[in-house]
Design a protein around this ligand. Structure first.
Ligand code: FAD
Length: 283
C-alpha cells in the first residue's frame, strides 16, 4: 500500500488563476485502483530534510490507466501542502499510500447520473470511464463558478466522452445560471412525473453518484431518496493518517435500524450511500 510513483506529467490545468494541476504518476497503484478511491501523497520539501508537513494529503484518483501503469490526480492548490506538491518535477518519485478507501459502486444496468459541484468533478471521471466501458448510459450534471473554471477543470475532456452534459454556472457564463441541483431537480421531476418510485418513465433505472460541496450532496440526496433513486456521495473531511488509525475524519451516519454510528471517511468511505449520511451533524 505504501509505494513510490514516478511523476510522468505535472502541468497547470487551464487558466493559471484557477490554481489547478494535473499530475500523472506511474506505479503499481494503477493495477488495483477503483473509481472513487484516493491516494495519500507525501508532500515534503525535498530541498530541506524535514518531516514538515508531517501529514500526507488525500487526493482522489481521477483517471486510472492499468495498461500504462498510470494514475492521474487533479488537484487545486489550497494551502501549504498542495503548494509544495505543485513544485514536484517530472521524473521525481513521490511517496504514495493507496489505493485507499471504498470507491463508487458501478450499477449493473440502467443510467448512471454523475452530479458534481466544482472540483468534485475530479473523482467522477474514472467512474464515467468504467461505466462507459460497461456500456452504461452516463449523464453528467456539473456546476461551477463560471465558464473559465469549467473549461479549466476539464470540460473538453468530458465533452470528448460524448455523453449528455448539463452545465451550470453561478454567473451564467456557461449553461444554466444557478445551482446544479436546480437542473437535477428539474430533470428528475420531468422523468418521474407520475411514475412508480425508483422507476422513471421512459428510461431505465437511474443511479446517482455525486461529489462536491456538502450542501450540494445533501440536496442531491434529498431529491433522490424522495424518488427512491439510489445515490452515493463522496465525503471529504480533513484527514490525519488516512488509514483509519487516528479517527481524525469520522463522520456520523445512521444505520438501517436508525441508530447513529460513526465511521471513518478514510477507510469506510469516502463513498457512502447518501441516505445513511447524517448531514446536519458536524463531524
Ligand atoms: P491546508 O493548508 O491544509 O488547507 C488550506 C485550506 O484548504 C484550508 O482552508 C482548509 O480548511 C482547506 N482544506 C484542507 N483540507 C481539506 C479537506 N479535506 N476538505 C476540505 N477543505 C480542506 N483536493 C483536490 O484538489 N483534488 C482531489 O481530487 C481531492 N480529493 C480528495 C479526496 C479526499 C478523500 C479528501 C478527504 C480530500 C480531497 N481533496 C482533494 C482535498 C485535499 O486533500 C485538500 O485540498 C488538501 O489536503 C489541502 O492541503 P493543503 O496543505 O494544501 O492545504
Amino acid at each position: 500500500m505504501l509505494t513510490l510513483g514516478q511523476v510522468v506529467v505535472h502541468e497547470c490545468l487551464g487558466e493559471q488563476e484557477q490554481r489547478l494541476r494535473r499530475l500523472v504518476i506511474r506505479g503499481p497503484i494503477a493495477k488495483t485502483a477503483k473509481p472513487g478511491q484516493f491516494v495519500a501523497v507525501q508532500v515534503q520539501d525535498s530541498s530541506i530534510s524535514s518531516f514538515d508537513p508531517l501529514l500526507r494529503r488525500p487526493i482522489s484518483i481521477a483517471e486510472i490507466s492499468p495498461d500504462q501503469d498510470e494514475i492521474t490526480l487533479l488537484y487545486r492548490i489550497q494551502g501549504r501542502g498542495t503548494e509544495i506538491l505543485a513544485r514536484v518535477q517530472c521524473g521525481e518519485q513521490l511517496s504514495l499510500m493507496g489505493p485507499l478507501g471504498q470507491g463508487f459502486t458501478l450499477p449493473e444496468e440502467g443510467e448512471l447520473w454523475l452530479i458534481a459541484g466544482g472540483i468534485g468533478i475530479f473523482p467522477l471521471y474514472a467512474l464515467a470511464q468504467s461505466a462507459l466501458a460497461q456500456k452504461l448510459t452516463v449523464r453528467l450534471f456539473w456546476g461551477g463558478e463560471n465558464q473559465s473554471f469549467l473549461e479549466s477543470a476539464g470540460l473538453l475532456q468530458w465533452q470528448a466522452l460524448k455523453i449528455p452534459l448539463r452545465l451550470s454556472t453561478l454567473d451564467g457564463s456557461l449553461g444554466h445560471i444557478g445551482l446544479v441541483t436546480e437542473q437535477v431537480g428539474e430533470q428528475l421531476s420531468q422523468l418521474f412525473g407520475q411514475s412508480e418510485q425508483g422507476q422513471p418513465m421512459g428510461s431505465g433505472k437511474i443511479s446517482v453518484a455525486t461529489c462536491g460541496p456538502k450542501k450540494m450532496m445533501q440536496a442531491v440526496t434529498e431529491l433522490c431518496t424522495n424518488l427512491g433513486v439510489s445515490v452515493e456521495v463522496s465525503l471529504e473531511e480533513r484527514m490525519g493518517c488516512a488509514v483509519g488509525a487516528c479517527l481524525g475524519c469520522v463522520c456520523t451516519l445512521r444505520d438501517e435500524a436508525g441508530k447513529l454510528i460513526r465511521k471513518k471517511v478514510c477507510q469506510d468511505g469516502p463513498v457512502f450511500r447518501g441516505e445513511e449520511v447524517v448531514w446536519d451533524v458536524s463531524c
